[in-house]
Design a protein around this ligand. Structure first.
Ligand SMILES: CC(C)(COP(=O)(O)OP(=O)(O)OC[C@H]1O[C@@H](n2cnc3c(N)ncnc32)[C@H](O)[C@@H]1OP(=O)(O)O)[C@@H](O)C(=O)NCCC(=O)NCCS
Length: 147
């Protein structure tokens, strides 16, 4: 990702997440220590380039933190998230990360199946982490051992 990509990225994030990141949050992520952000685009027959999916993560010391992963609705269930996740886990392992961590809504069964397929397992729970969901939905903290 480059700064020129951020408007498209932030627009997609607003469509997908209840708690979207601001444009500035994405810009800061590009400059963050250990930060990595990758996008995947496709060329529409109309000649336009469209963002199909993205991932943002950080590698700090021996931990990888996956902060964002999303795929455009019309591109889902075609292995895109698996592709970007697999490559990102490999990059983190090359940077000597020993574990990968992330947080996910307990109701996000699609994302949970994706992570479980990749060998992530629950190590904790943040109570009421998503206050915008009624009484406050819990976040599950998942971990995968990389080495
Ligand atoms: C979660 C998300 C990134 C998955 O992207 P994707 O490209 O559709 O995922 P993949 O095609 O790589 O799916 C791989 C496997 O994960 C599981 N999976 C993915 N989405 C699923 C869903 N909606 N329901 C059930 N299982 C699902 C399946 O096992 C799937 O394999 P299969 O299609 O062969 O059954 C996508 O649905 C998304 O952007 N959701 C909104 C944003 C979000 O929730 N991000 C995660 C925040 S923690």
């Amino acid at each position: 990702m480059r700064e020129a990509d951020i408007d498209g990225l932030a627009a997609m994030d607003r469509k997908i997440f209840d708690r979207p990141w601001s444009r500035n949050a994405f810009v800061e992520e590009l400059d963050a220590q250990g930060g990595q952000s990758f996008g995947l685009w496709y060329h529409h027959p109309d000649g336009e380039k469209h963002l199909g999916g993205y991932i943002c993560f950080r590698v700090f010391l021996d931990e990888m933190h996956i902060l964002r992963i999303a795929v455009a609705p019309s591109w889902r269930r075609q292995g895109i998230a698996s592709l970007v996740l697999e490559r990102s886990l490999r990059i983190a392992a090359e940077k000597e990360a020993k574990t990968a961590l992330l947080e996910v809504r307990q109701s996000n069964t699609g994302a949970l199946s994706l992570y479980t397929n990749f060998g992530f397992s629950e190590i904790g729970r943040r109570k009421g982490y998503y206050p915008e969901s009624g009484d406050g939905e819990d976040a599950l903290v998942l971990l995968k051992q990389l080495m």
